[in-house]
Ligand binder design. Structure first.
Ligand code: SAM
Length: 337
C-alpha cells in the first residue's frame, strides 16, 4: 500500500518532526522510514507544506500494529461493559511484576486480565493477584500468580538504587519512593542514623547512597528480608550495618543516634519509648502512622511522647499514602528538645 510522506533531510528531521507533531500531521499508525540521507514522515492528510527543504512523496508504507495503551483498552473486546466498569483502574509494578486487586465478581476472568496486562505492558513478566490484606508481623500478604512466569522474586530500580526481593515473603511498596527520598534528603554527613523496621533496605540504602552519613544501622526481624537487604547493600555498594532481630532488643545496644526512621505505621507508637531512649538531644525522629489527617497524627505523637516524659518540637507532618478510604499513611518529623 502506498501513502503520502513528507521527505526531509536527516539533519532537519527532529525540527520538522516537532512541527508536524504540533499540527498533528504524523500518521502514528504508519512506520517512519529512513535511508542514508532522508527521513520520510507518514502524513495523516495531504497539505501544502512543501518548501525547498521538504517534498511530499508517495511511497510504500508499513502499517504499525496498534498497541492498547491501558489495561481497560486491551480488555474492551474480552470483558462486558459491566465487567470493564469494576476492573481496577490502577495496579502496582515492582520490578517486572504487576500486582492488582481483582474484585470477587471478576475472579473467573483473572487469567484473561493477567494475560492482557502482559500483552499490553512490555516490562511486565508476572502478574500477581492480591489474596489477603497485609496482616502478618512481617507485613506480608498472600498472592496468587495469575499470568506469566512462575515466580514472586524480582529486581526493582528506584532513585538510582537496585532492590532484589521476594514479594511473597518480604514487604516493599513502590509507592513510597518519593517519601524515602524526602527523608534521605534531610540526612547530614556527620549523622549516626538508625532505620528501624528496615525490610529489604530501601530507606537505609538510599540514605547511604545519597548522603553517605557517618554511620547507618538497619534493624529487621524477618530473616528473608534481612537476606535480601544484605544482598542489596552489596549490589548498591553502600555501607549499612545490618542487624537481624527485634528493634526493642537490638536498639539499646547501639548507642545514641542523630536520626531514627520508624517505618512501621501499624504499630510504631509502641516502639517510641525505645527510639527516644536512643536519640541524642536535638535528634530527629521520622514517625509513621495511619490517621485521618495530619493533626490527628501530631496529637498522637504529642500524647505518646508527653506520657513518656519527653519534650518535642514538631517539624513537619505529611500524607504519604493511603491505607483505606479516609485513612492515610502520615509521617510526623519531630525533634527531641
Ligand atoms: N522499611 C521497609 C520499607 O519501607 O520497605 C519495610 C517496612 S514494613 C512496613 C515493616 C517491617 O518491619 C517489616 O519488614 C517487618 O518484618 C519489620 N518488623 C516489624 N516488627 C519488627 C520488630 N519488632 N523488630 C524488627 N523488625 C520488625
Amino acid at each position: 500500500m502506498k501513502k503520502i510522506h513528507l521527505k526531509v533531510k536527516k539533519e532537519d528531521g527532529e525540527r520538522i518532526r516537532k512541527r508536524l507533531t504540533e499540527i498533528d500531521l504524523i500518521d502514528e499508525n504508519i512506520k517512519i522510514k529512513k535511508d542514508n540521507s532522508f527521513i520520510y514522515f507518514p502524513l495523516k492528510r495531504a497539505v501544502d507544506i512543501e518548501n525547498e527543504k521538504t517534498e511530499v512523496v508517495e511511497i510504500e508504507c508499513i502499517k504499525l500494529k496498534k498497541h492498547p495503551k491501558s489495561l481497560k483498552e486491551s480488555l474492551k473486546d474480552k470483558l462486558s461493559e459491566r465487567e470493564l466498569k469494576i476492573l481496577p483502574k490502577s495496579f502496582d509494578i515492582i520490578g517486572d511484576i504487576a500486582i492488582l486487586e481483582i474484585p470477587k465478581d471478576l475472579e473467573n476472568k483473572k487469567e484473561i486480565i493477567g494475560n492482557s496486562l502482559i500483552e499490553t505492558f512490555k516490562n511486565i513478566r508476572v502478574v500477581l493477584m492480591k489474596k489477603s490484606k497485609i496482616e502478618t508481623e512481617y507485613r506480608t500478604r498472600g498472592f496468587e500468580i495469575i499470568a506469566g512466569e512462575n515466580r514472586t522474586t524480582t529486581i526493582h530500580r528506584e532513585y538510582g538504587c537496585i532492590y532484589k526481593m521476594d514479594i511473597a515473603s518480604t514487604y516493599f511498596s513502590p509507592r513510597l519512593g518519593s517519601e524515602r527520598f524526602r527523608i534521605a534528603e534531610q540526612v547530614k554527613k556527620r549523622e549516626r542514623v538508625l532505620v528501624m523496621f528496615a525490610g529489604i533496605g530501601p530507606y537505609a540504602i538510599l540514605i547511604a547512597k545519597y548522603k553517605n552519613p557517618k554511620e547507618i544501622y538497619a534493624i529487621e526481624m524477618n530473616p528473608d528480608a534481612v537476606r535480601y537487604m544484605r544482598e542489596n547493600v552489596l549490589i548498591n555498594k553502600v555501607n549499612v550495618n545490618i542487624i537481624e532481630g527485634d528493634v526493642r532488643e537490638e536498639t539499646p545496644k547501639l548507642g545514641k543516634f542523630d536520626r531514627i526512621v520508624m517505618p512501621l505505621p501499624k504499630d510504631c507508637g509502641n516502639f517510641l519509648d525505645t527510639a527516644l531512649q536512643s536519640l541524642r538531644k536535638k535528634g530527629i525522629i521520622h514517625f509513621y502512622n495511619f490517621s485521618h489527617n495530619e493533626n490527628e497524627s501530631i496529637e498522637n505523637v504529642r500524647s505518646i511522647t508527653e506520657n513518656l516524659g519527653y519534650k518535642i518540637e514538631i517539624l513537619n507532618a505529611i500524607k504519604c499514602g493511603s491505607y483505606s478510604p479516609g485513612l492515610y499513611r502520615i509521617c510526623v518529623d519531630f525533634k527531641m528538645l
